[in-house]
Structure formats: structure tokens, C-alpha cells
Ligand binder design. Sequence first.
Ligand SMILES: Nc1ncnc2c1ncn2[C@@H]1O[C@H](COP(=O)(O)OP(=O)(O)OP(=O)(O)O)[C@@H](O)[C@H]1O
Length: 320
Amino acid sequence: MLNTKSQADRPALLLRGVHKTFADVVAVNGIDLEVTPGECFGLLGPNGAGKTTTIEICEGLTVPDSGEVELLSLNWPNNAGELRQRIGIQLQETQFSEKSTVDETLRLFRSFFRRGLTVDESIRTAQLEEKRVARVGTLSGGQKQRLAMACALVGDPELLFLDEPTTGLDPQARRHLWDLVDRLKKEGRTIILTTHYMDEAERLCDRVAIMDHGRIIALDTPQQLIASVGGEHIVEFAAINRENGDGLIDPALLTAIQGVESHRLTAGVHQVSVRELHTAVPQIFAVLTAHGLNLSEFRTHSATLEDVFVSLTGRNLRDE
Ligand SMILES: Nc1ncnc2c1ncn2[C@@H]1O[C@H](COP(=O)(O)OP(=O)(O)OP(=O)(O)O)[C@@H](O)[C@H]1O
């Protein structure tokens, strides 16, 4: 059994050694996790990493093969009734009745909870006032996501699960959802969200677990994860030798440059993490010139969670 601290000291969510296999696919391969009350915690990873399976295990929708899961000091299936009253769930895709109005849909969801927000409050929170009497079938993608959020909130949950809340939304609708999540954080709710957008995780999450192949491969604040890459900036370039047409360069020549923290070569593109652009870049150019190399591509960016994933796995999050 889990240890017996008082409820106030307990994490809002606790996973210990959680495994789940579907036929021959290991979806979740030994996850340990503790989420503090009031925290916005992100599960970040490429498609198929196991994020949805993990979150569905937490939500009581999927039964793990092994491991312990505790939410708000309660567990599935022993405390299922109480848990359903105290958590909110936004699934990756929610099938609402297209013919019902926003108002009718929320009334139905509100009827599942003993206590919670009024339908008016949840419509206001999700900024759907103008769509109150609109049929669900007429809503845009962003409005449907906000309705799904309103349904997840109508029971006034302490712990809220959001599975890829902004996938498929245009930039404006995404920002709208982010503002809503900000407000929910300020209200002190614990939020667990999955995403494969690193900017979303950086923007919203207090801490992030990066998942790959069913495991957590890194877990920290976005800032600490990014700092772990080594340099604040990433310089990416491809180069061609004027004589023989290849782009090879001894990595030791690059890593010997003062302020260069690491080097990686992916699909012909060199990625160098550096502390300061203005000192490192001229030296990189000097090394290339000295070895007869001309640049064919060159760009720089501030290090992101994408770079953390690349440095851990050698792969890009987005290309999966
Ligand atoms: N019900 C299921 N039956 C069979 N395989 C499944 C099932 N659910 C998930 N899987 C497999 O388990 C692995 C993890 O899937 P999961 O949906 O948890 O990943 P994910 O990180 O959420 O990906 P995405 O970002 O695409 O939603 C994948 O290989 C997926 O095909």
C-alpha cells in the first residue's frame, strides 16, 4: 500500500510503477509521478509516447496492468463515486449530441454532480455566452473545445485533466484556451495536461514530464529542462566544402570553441548549443572558413523543450 501521510501532505496525483500493455504494444512502461496540489503539470511527448494512456489510467477510464494510482488520496475503483465528483475530464475528442444546445449540454453535465458551478458560471468561464442557445453541431472547433472545457469544469473540480486541449485549433483559439487555463490555475486547481506542443507546455506548465516509448525520460520545470541542454541558444547550420562538396567537419573543432556546450549532427544539419551568440557565432564562421566550408543553411533560436527532446533522444518531437 501507499504510505500514510495526512491528506493535506499528500500529492494531488501519485503514480507508482504503472504499466499498461495493449496486445504487443507497451503503452506505459513503469511510470512514477507525483503532482503537487495547485500545480499545472504537463505530459509532453511525440505521438504514441503513452500520454493519453497514462492520463486515461489516472481518470479511471483504463485499468493499468500493474502499479498504484492515487488521486486526492483516493483510488479507483474503491472511491470511484467520490472521485467522479471531484475531478474534471476533458477528453481528446468529446462526442456531444450535435442537436443539443450549449445550454442543454451543460445542464446535462451539471446534473451528474452533487455540487458545482451554475450553468451560467460555466458558460461565462468558457466565454460561450454568445453561443448559449446555439446547437453544438454549429460550433467551431475552438468553441467545441471550450464547451468540452466547460463540461469538465461544471462540477467545480479540484483536479482537472486536459488531454491535448488545443490540438487542431487555430493560433487565436489556442491563445484563448491558454488564457482560460491561466485563470483555472489562479483559482488553485490542480491541472494535468498532455500536449505535443512544446510552446504550450512551456507557457502553461509549472513542471513537465517528457515521455517517450511509455517512459518518463525527463521531469522538471520547463526552465530547468531547457537549462539542461547546456546553452541558452541553438545555432543550426549546414555547410558545403568548396572543393569536394561534402559538409563534414570534425565536431571537436566546434566543441573546442569557448561557449559551445554541445554539438549534434542530424540529417546533415549541425546543431550547436551555445551560451552567447555574439561570441560563439563569429568563431563558428572562422572555423568553417578555415576548413573551406561555405554555409548553405544558417539559423539560430532560443533553446526550447523541443531541443531538450532532441538532446535526449536524437529525434524531433514534431516529426513523429
Ligand atoms: N486501446 C488501444 N489498443 C491498442 N493499442 C493502443 C490502445 N491505446 C493506445 N494504444 C497504443 O499505445 C501506444 C501509446 O498510445 P497513446 O495514445 O497513449 O500515446 P500518446 O502519447 O497519447 O499519443 P498521441 O499524442 O498520438 O495521442 C501507441 O502505440 C498506441 O497505438
